[in-house]
Design a protein around this ligand. Structure first.
Ligand code: FE
Length: 167
């Protein structure tokens, strides 16, 4: 009986592991109900075409092309689709990649992270947690204290300075 019991235990353990990973994947990829939702046609009307392509079609802007790359004033970077606060200027750093980069979102709940296997790569996509807009990707080669590099598209965000510019 003992060998049979241990075999059954082993089978059960393997089956449980399989279930756990499948469940984790499902949680990552399941469709979320976002607070801000529009149809594709509505988003197309609401957003300028280059912004629509990034936020709603997950395009990546050309490196060094973004208007937010050289923004160094104090303020908050918000989603260009819904205004959700995403990153503080204090967490922005020069990654040398040509895309605005941050080492932490404003809160963990501000963004969603989703496994992205497109283009033959295994990456982690970063989406706005309020509207589901594609913002960019997060990598593990960032600076302290988190070691994360949130590689964002300028087109996906707007900058709101702490001190509004004088008119
Ligand atoms: Fe958003």
């Amino acid at each position: 009986m003992k060998p049979v019991a241990s075999t059954l235990l082993a089978i059960f353990a393997v089956a449980s592991l399989g279930c756990a990973s499948a469940e984790a994947l499902q949680q990552k990829t399941e469709r979320k109900k976002y607070e801000v939702t529009h149809t594709t046609a509505e988003w197309r009307k609401l957003l300028p075409p280059p912004v629509f392509r990034v936020l709603r079609q997950a395009f990546t802007e050309q490196p060094w092309s973004g208007k937010l790359l050289d923004v160094h004033e104090k303020g908050v970077f918000v989603c260009a689709g819904c205004g959700q606060k995403l990153f503080k200027s204090e967490t922005k750093f020069d990654s040398g990649t040509g895309w605005p980069s941050f080492w932490d979102p404003i809160t963990k709940a501000s963004v969603d992270e989703v496994e992205d296997l497109s283009d033959g790569m295994d990456r982690t996509e970063v989406k706005c947690a309020k509207c589901g807009g594609h913002l960019g990707h997060v990598f593990n080669d960032g600076p302290a204290p988190t070691g994360l590099r949130f590689c964002m598209n300028s087109l996906a965000m707007k900058f709101v300075p702490d001190v509004p510019p004088k008119k």
